[in-house]
Design a protein around this ligand. Structure first.
Ligand SMILES: [Zn+2]
Length: 284
């Protein structure tokens, strides 16, 4: 039995064990089978292009709402952009704070603003797939889901030369069976979240900031939207204070890689410009 046969034989079992998916993120501690490589993606686990990995390691999970990491690492994620003015404003802030994030891009927005996609990548952030026009994927046929993800994957790649390593389903709406075939076909793990400030509903920077600060901890995946002015305005009172608490912001791909790479991987991957000085286990 070769690797692909092993993978395929493991899928129905793994999919059957996956917890049901709703709009609320759920933790899945089940290890998934190895994901197949994307043929257009470099195969070596190289960090040469910066802090964002160019591939994911073998043996990662199908689905993540948070990661088990050995240090104070967390992932800030921004969905639904790029936005023509708010995303650049956010990028200015992230650069000032030397903070890396993941942008889950809508394909049609990436097609409209390819220069912003290029800037996101040039400044060391991760770009990832958030569908073409934000439907609830759980209600679509496999063919329609495939089209949503493929078209977006290709558009992001054409804009910036980087292949997305993961995707986030709009509204978190995805079934266990869909997660399994998307992992098999695209090599994408499903990225949910563990901190949701409901910034799309509550357009109040103070509320958004306090919710994120209350939820942020090591291994967290924090959901936000860079298409809302209030969310971007919330960042100065949110992210620098969390950095001062010792948290270090990395891409989702880095967080997944840390979890998959063993208990000491996180410390080894800390960027020299952000020395860990105040982390104590159990603080976050
Ligand atoms: Zn979205």
């Amino acid at each position: 039995m070769n690797r692909r046969q092993l993978l395929l034989s493991a899928l129905p079992l793994a999919a059957g064990l996956m917890p049901g998916c709703s709009s609320a993120p759920k933790k899945s501690a089940l290890p998934g089978p190895p994901l197949p490589p994307d043929p257009r993606r470099p195969l070596s686990p190289s960090f040469a292009s910066g802090p964002v990995p160019t591939s994911l390691p073998q043996g990662i999970r199908f689905s993540y709402s948070s990661c088990h990491v050995p240090g104070p690492f967390t992932a800030m994620t921004y969905d639904d952009g790029p936005h023509p003015s708010l995303t650049p404003r956010l990028l200015d802030m992230l650069a000032q704070w030397n903070l890396k994030a993941t942008f889950f891009l809508i394909g049609k927005n990436a097609a409209a603003y390819p220069r912003i996609v290029q800037r996101i990548v040039a400044e060391g952030h991760e770009v990832a797939n958030h569908s073409w026009d934000h439907p609830a994927l759980s209600k679509l046929s496999d063919a329609a889901v495939r089209s949503q993800l493929r078209r977006t994957h290709d558009t992001i790649f054409q804009a910036c030369g980087v292949a997305s390593l993961c995707y986030r389903p709009p509204y978190g709406a995805i079934t266990a069976a869909q997660k399994a075939w998307i992992a098999r076909e695209f090599g994408y793990p499903t990225i949910m979240w563990s901190v949701d400030p409901n910034d799309w509903r509550d357009r109040n920077a103070g509320i958004v900031s306090s919710r994120i600060r209350a939820g942020a901890r090591a291994g967290a995946i924090i959901l936000a939207h860079d298409i809302h002015a209030t969310t971007v305005a919330a960042m100065p009172s949110t992210l620098p204070p969390l950095q001062q608490r010792g948290l270090r912001f990395v891409s989702v791909a880095s967080l997944i890689t840390m979890e998959a790479s063993g208990p000491n991987a996180g410390l080894a991957m800390a960027t020299p410009s952000q020395p860990i000085t105040s982390y104590a286990p159990g603080t976050y």
